[in-house]
Design a protein around this ligand. Structure first.
Ligand code: PLP
Length: 379
């Protein structure tokens, strides 16, 4: 077993034991194809239908507004390419933010090379878009606004509800990548007024390789892969029944426990922050102080590389937002978009908490990080 304290729940979560139990029959005895009309097929179809209802219940929408996919990346790609393909010809504009996950940023880059105009809304020092900037960027030529609900590196929550209003006033559609938000904070599509919303199973204790896209009834979208008529004709291919069952179960569990779990994680996260602030003068919080996921703490350690701190604390499994190529660290695009200088961005460590974490582990982790920073600091 791994002894290291896992503080990287925004990267991925373990599968909840209840989810694993729910999956088991679907990889053993209940192996039918949901498209088959015999008993095996009907049983599998019922399981997929039930999972669809469980996801829809968490998001407060109808079951036929949920399309299962292979994860957050595919959901984002389907929403972006699929909605643009169906948009009226004169609408060639996309509005996004400067802090999107690559699963949104790269599709937007690609569309830019194909003649679409892409406006990237700036963010403030806390990583938040100002909805007012949306008003000047969204026009009658905008086909789609795509701004994430919560950022994977900082946890900052975006004003998606305001952006929805602005998009709809201009006759545009709006998508949000909610891969990090669903399961951690209440996400109701009706409150957000959104047309498309992406989910990734492995961020909420379901397996990797499964996700969903919410598509508001009547929203215009075309599939980008073609085949048989699965998933309302939008995502062809035999359904991954076991993982879909897992995603449905994970959504049900998330809805059941959310208030209690998020309060516990918020308090542990704030305790971790407090312990670090007490011993590391000049440590800097990256992200919004309040409008932030309850489990996420991204901090820049002064005069030290985040990567070095983590190398010196092998008992902690966490991440930095920076990339390392050929021994050279490149600072996180997200932190740079927030106006951080390169040194601050390179000092960042993302600590993201989840179900398995205890108070004792938080204390141990804080001490390990403090010791590592003392060794790693350059002055
Ligand atoms: C905000 C966000 N969007 C999309 C994704 C991609 O999801 P998946 O790994 O399921 O493709 C991630 C995962 O890192 C994410 O954090």
């Amino acid at each position: 077993m791994n002894e290291s304290i896992y503080l990287d729940y925004n990267a991925t979560t373990p599968i909840d034991p209840e989810v694993a139990d729910a999956i088991l029959p679907w990889i053993t005895t209940h192996f039918g194809n949901p498209s088959s009309s015999h008993e095996y097929g009907r049983t599998a179809k019922k399981a997929v239908d039930r999972a669809r209802e469980q996801v829809a219940f968490l998001l407060d929408c109808e079951a036929d507004e949920i399309v299962f996919t292979s994860g957050g990346t595919e959901s984002n790609n389907l929403a972006i390419f699929g909605s643009l393909r169906a948009a009226p010809g004169e609408r060639k504009g996309i509005v996004t933010s400067g802090v999107e996950h690559p699963a949104v940023a790269r599709p937007c880059d690609r569309l830019e090379t194909e003649g679409y105009t892409v406006s990237r809304l700036p963010v403030d020092a806390g990583g938040q878009v100002n909805a007012e900037d949306g008003i000047s960027s969204v026009s009658r030529n905008t086909a789609l606004v795509t701004v994430m609900l919560a950022n994977n590196e900082t946890g900052t929550i975006q004003p998606v509800r305001d952006l929805s209003r602005i998009a709809h006033d201009a006759g545009a559609l709006i998508h949000t990548d909610a891969a990090q938000a669903v399961g951690k904070i209440p996400v109701r599509v009706s409150d957000l007024g959104i047309d498309f919303l992406s989910i990734a199973g492995h961020k909420l204790y379901a397996p990797k390789g499964v996700g969903a896209l919410y598509i508001r009834r009547g929203s215009k979208i075309r599939p980008f892969s073609l085949g048989a008529g699965h998933e309302f004709g939008l995502r062809p291919g035999t359904e991954n029944v076991p993982f879909i069952v897992g995603l449905g179960t994970a959504c049900e569990i998330a809805g059941r426990n959310m208030a209690e779990v998020s309060e516990r994680l918020r308090s542990l996260r704030d305790m971790l922050h407090g312990l670090l602030v007490a011993e590391v003068p000049g440590i800097h919080l990256n992200g919004h102080l309040r409008e932030r996921l309850p489990n996420t703490l991204n901090v820049s350690f002064p005069n030290a590389l985040g990567r070095r701190i983590l190398d010196l604390s092998p008992g902690i499994s966490a991440s930095t937002g920076s990339a390392c190529h050929a021994g050279v660290d490149t600072p996180s695009d997200v932190l740079m978009a927030m106006g951080a200088d390169a040194e601050t961005a390179l000092g960042a460590v993302r600590l993201s908490l989840g179900h398995g974490i205890s108070e004792e582990q938080v204390e141990t982790a804080a001490q390990a990080l403090i010791q590592a920073w003392r060794k790693a600091r350059t002055i």
